[in-house]
Design a protein around this ligand. Structure first.
Ligand code: PLP
Length: 407
């Protein structure tokens, strides 16, 4: 196709006056419908937990016992190694970071007094990086790939710089790479020599049960690996049911050594008397076991897989084999990560926006929103209806071709 023909095609697509939003990985209404029965499980005559707690009242700083039982299996930690939070794991991560900044972990004192830096594997989750930016923590980028972060880079950085206080990791179905941490990466994270004795891995297992295929990879247990290596306090684990039940009205949790959990509670008790136990009760009654969570997630996958397949098939049809872009076929999670040729991504996102398709800002998956090569685009297929996705991906593919030809 010549550039004039392509421009005409772009103009025709633009004239359709679409208004599609693929900026964030939100569940679709059909996915949210899957959890509607949960809302009926706690009401005027059944608000007392099975262990006899009146869930309408204060009490229970770190969660209902039944919630700890269920979600410790989910996070793969012991019941003594979990704290149930409110509705958002991001809040738990943010607050842990703030407490580390203000109070610190060891006799070295608050992080804020040590010009702290944090390792940010990228492409990664923009909101992780925003926490660093917001708190004045210098974000250091390392490469993030299909097996997790580039550990050679990580080890070289942390060996001699005591100001590097931690690393963000999304271990399974990374946002947006879809990467899955290999056993080797887990082992190296647990055993690596670190100059800072108050270093913490923020292990955000947001997509641990969010498989798109029948095949379900498992990853090595980071807390056990750290314990075996004599570094039990090295890791905080995070998770939530945001993309299992209701986004923004789920249950969040965090895990780690009993020492770390005591540290968290010592700060949490200043901040809250306790989280929403009625919501914990609803979740525990709805799910009862990990098996039930897996069955529920298979229903999510049945809705999501055709959407991912639609995006992948349109990309393949339009620009497969042209060298203009490459992308991954994730086995789980919420995103497809696409790379254009260098210096094209911003232009593609702008062209798509002008044609009525909103994409996450180019560079968003990098610290300081700076994609050094201006290549990466995050595609979030979950929210739009499948027909809209087809049109949106066609527009995206035409924009990639146009940006490529116009140079
Ligand atoms: C990697 C990752 N962590 C955390 C979150 C947000 O989790 P929550 O809703 O529990 O705050 C998201 C949401 O997109 C995410 O992609």
């Amino acid at each position: 196709m010549t550039i004039t023909q392509l421009q005409k095609r772009y103009q025709a697509l633009k004239n359709q006056g679409l208004n599609l939003d693929m900026t964030r990985g939100k569940p679709s209404p059909e996915q949210l419908d899957l959890s509607l029965p949960m809302l009926g499980l706690v009401g005027a005559d059944n608000y007392t937990s099975e262990e006899g707690v009146d869930c309408r009242n204060y009490g229970g700083l770190d969660g209902l016992k039944a919630a700890k039982t269920l979600f410790s299996a989910f996070l793969e930690v012991e019941e003594s190694e979990i704290i149930i939070g409110g509705n958002s794991s991001l809040t738990l991560m943010h607050d842990t970071m703030v407490n580390a900044m203000l109070h610190g972990f060891t006799d070295k004192g608050p992080w804020i007094q040590q010009k702290p830096k944090f390792i940010c594997p990228a492409p990664g989750y923009d909101r992780h990086f925003n926490i660093c930016h917001h708190l004045g923590i210098e974000a250091i980028r390392v490469e993030n790939g299909p097996n997790g972060p580039n550990m050679d880079e990580v080890e070289a950085l942390i060996a001699n710089d005591p100001a590097i206080k931690g690393i963000w990791i999304v271990p399974k179905y990374g946002n947006p790479t879809g990467g899955i941490c290999s056993d080797e990466v887990v082992n190296r994270l647990a055993t690596m020599k670190i100059a800072a004795n108050d270093f913490r891995i923020f292990w955000d297992n947001a997509y641990t049960v969010h498989h798109l295929n029948a095949e379900q990879p498992t990853i090595a247990n980071i807390l056990q690996a750290c314990q075996a290596a004599g570094n039990p306090d090295r890791v905080f684990l995070f998770g939530s049911t945001s993309k299992i039940t209701f986004a923004g009205a789920g249950v969040a949790m965090m895990g780690g050594s009993t020492n770390n959990m005591d540290w968290v509670r010592s700060h949490m008790k200043i901040q809250t008397i306790g989280s929403d136990k009625l919501n914990q009760l609803r979740h525990v009654r709805f799910f009862k076991s990990m098996d039930a969570i897996h069955q529920h997630m298979a229903k999510h996958a049945a809705i999501l897989r055709p959407k991912f397949d639609m995006v992948l098939s349109v990309l393949e049809k339009e620009i497969g084999g042209t060298g203009m872009a490459d992308w991954n076929n994730p086995q789980g999670g919420y995103f497809i990560s696409l790379n254009t040729r260098p210096n094209r991504a911003k232009k593609v996102v702008q062209l798509a926006a002008e044609a009525g398709v909103k994409l996450t800002g180019a560079g968003a998956a990098f610290p300081y929103k700076n994609d050094p090569e201006d290549r990466n685009i995050r595609i979030a297929p979950s929210l739009p209806a499948i027909g809209d996705l087809e049109k949106a991906t066609e527009i995206l593919a035409v924009c990639i071709q146009l940006a490529d030809m116009e140079g």
